[in-house]
Design a protein around this ligand. Structure first.
Ligand SMILES: [Zn+2]
Length: 381
């Protein structure tokens, strides 16, 4: 895979900078990495020779000088990303610029009967890759994000609260044995935050939170430019903080978890129960249906209160929130924002912004691909 003994740390830093800033001049790289222009010239020469990157357009660099932009070589590596949620599993194969070449998805419920979940996943991956017409041997690394808990070594899925039977799965070793390539695992909220940091809206931000709400809630927290893990690797369990002490029992074992109050299916169910109608809450909302408005306002308040607590604790500059429901139910986004500003400490929220995640419904699978690429560069080049 590599053409010599391995890249040194400066080469890796330059490579990552080119990967995350598509089309960047040597001068800008030197500025970002605080290295001398001469050093960048040497390093980039090697990296170009070894086809990690190439020179693109010559652009005007100010005061009449022309600068050449560097781009990463899309064909140098290929990655497989796997986003395992509590409801849906998404696959994607991407090139070295993380452009998705092939993708597919299926419901977790399809594997309900499978006694060996890892084996069932391996079969799904093999048929996906075969259908894509890509030789398995041409893939360089696999990244896996899960809406659940992984062990400290990030080798084992310990638990996926919304998917019974997905406990203690030795997924990294077994995938590695089967596919003969590096395999990386992390919690999905963290892979999504990593993606936001590398390629999204958080490139120049050191303190932020990425939270995704689908059938469950995943969150990743960056503090001082590094991801927060905690002593048991469980930091960011936003979905399982108590939002209603009298609420119903959650699959995690606790009662009244946020995840049982604010997810798309729960909002839909709540709308149906209160209105007695079967239609979609998003359509009802478009017609200014009172019940739909009420359900969204209540959910936005619950989510906003939870996030305001997070804001008071961690003082992020930005919260990125993702999930189809924030696009389908705009009032939910607005109410969440209003509640955070209302409930959060005014000094904590004075420069806070709330944004949609950069890659929307692709955030999860691209996050897994980003984990594969980033870890591969640091551990295998
Ligand atoms: Zn819970």
């Amino acid at each position: 895979m590599t053409d010599r003994q391995g890249l040194n740390s400066t080469e890796k830093a330059v490579l990552e900078t080119v990967n995350t800033n598509r089309g960047i001049s040597r001068k800008k790289i030197a500025e970002l990495l605080r290295l001398s222009p001469g050093m960048i010239t040497n390093v980039s020469k090697n990296l170009i020779q070894e086809k990690y990157m190439f020179e693109g357009d010559r652009i005007s660099g100010g005061i009449g000088r022309k600068e050449i932009l560097l781009y990463s070589n899309a064909d140098k590596f290929r990655f497989l990303g796997l986003d395992i949620g509590g409801y849906r599993i998404r696959f994607a194969i991407a090139d070295n610029t993380l452009k998705i070449l092939h993708e597919d998805q299926f419901l977790v419920a399809e594997l309900r009967e499978a006694e060996d979940k890892v084996d069932a996943l391996i079969q799904k991956i093999e048929s996906f890759v075969q259908k894509a017409g890509i030789p398995m041997a041409s893939i360089d690394a696999i990244g896996i994000g899960i809406t659940g808990i992984t062990d400290l070594a990030q080798k084992t899925i310990l638990n996926i609260p919304n998917a019974p039977g997905w406990d203690r799965l030795d997924i990294v070793n077994r995938f590695g044995q089967r596919f003969h390539m590096p395999v990386f695992l992390d919690e999905g909220g963290r892979t999504m935050a990593l993606l936001e940091k590398k390629l999204g809206g958080a490139k120049h931000i050191t303190d932020f939170i990425a939270a995704e709400v689908g059938h469950g809630i995943a969150a990743g927290i960056y503090i001082n430019d590094s991801i927060l893990r905690g002593v048991n690797n469980t930091a960011g369990l936003l979905g399982h903080i108590t939002a209603d002490p009298n609420g119903r029992r959650c699959r995690c074992g606790n009662y009244g978890c946020l995840e049982n109050i604010v997810t798309y299916p729960i909002l839909q169910r709540e709308y149906k129960k209160r209105s007695g109608r079967d239609g979609a809450i998003a359509e009802a909302l478009q017609q200014n249906d009172e019940t739909a408005l009420d359900v969204c306002t209540g959910a936005g308040q619950a989510f906003g209160i939870a996030l305001s607590n997070v804001v008071n604790l961690f003082n992020p500059s930005t919260i990125f929130i993702g999930g189809a429901m924030f696009k389908d139910l705009p009032i939910l986004f607005e109410e969440t924002k209003r509640t955070i500003l209302l409930r959060g400490n005014r000094f904590s929220t004075s420069s806070l912004t709330l944004e949609h995640t950069t890659f929307l419904e692709k955030q999860g699978v691209l996050g897994a691909l980003c984990l594969a690429q980033t870890s591969f560069i640091h551990q295998h080049l």
